[in-house]
Design a binder for this molecule. Sequence first.
Ligand SMILES: NC(=O)c1ccc[n+]([C@@H]2O[C@H](COP(=O)([O-])OP(=O)(O)OC[C@H]3O[C@@H](n4cnc5c(N)ncnc54)[C@H](OP(=O)(O)O)[C@@H]3O)[C@@H](O)[C@H]2O)c1
Length: 190
Amino acid sequence: MAAVTIFGKGNMGQAIGDVFKQGGNQVTYLGHSDAVTDLGDIVVLAVPYPAAISIAKANQAALAHKVVVDITNPLNFDTWDALVVPADSSAAAEIAALLPESKVVKAFNTTFAATLQSRKVGDAQTTVMAASDADDAKAVLADALTDSGVAFVDAGSLKRARELESLGFLQMTLAAKEKIGWTGGFGVMK
Ligand SMILES: NC(=O)c1ccc[n+]([C@@H]2O[C@H](COP(=O)([O-])OP(=O)(O)OC[C@H]3O[C@@H](n4cnc5c(N)ncnc54)[C@H](OP(=O)(O)O)[C@@H]3O)[C@@H](O)[C@H]2O)c1
């Protein structure tokens, strides 16, 4: 069992919290004005990308040695035509650069909130893909999700966050153009 702190109680914060609770973990939430104390071993930034950057900058010491999970899809929401991070980087890499003493993991960005809640994409079990340079952090996350109802796949090093964010970006544009539903998306078959 892990202690999980989630910044943000929106669609994803609640869905991810439910998943961790089913996995037998202890979940607490932090909002805008809450004091950042007593963080769990796993800290999920379930907020928009600019807010995730602000949280990372403001809480470097508190987040040190924690498994920090970046779930953001850093779209340019004015154009819906690009990511706001450099093409050779990712939101997760930008956050990791601000948190050199944390174990940053990219995860949950390729699963819509609805498919986390249902644990299904079509007929397949919802799969959380995770990228990080910290193998122990991915192991902690995988362990916490064991009985959660979602599957877990290690997607490789933090460099793969770029590909996960491209996948999340594409999935969002498909849903926005009503080619797929917000209850659907990409599945992972083993
Ligand atoms: N929705 C999806 O299906 C989906 C899928 C994959 C990834 N994501 C990513 O998940 C993240 C959250 O998306 P969402 O759909 O859950 O958005 P959302 O429903 O709008 O929730 C965002 C939450 O973040 C809170 N928040 C903002 N700044 C904060 C701060 N500094 N401290 C604490 N809380 C803060 C907001 O609170 P207030 O409302 O009070 O401002 C709100 O509760 C985004 O980065 C998104 O790209 C979403």
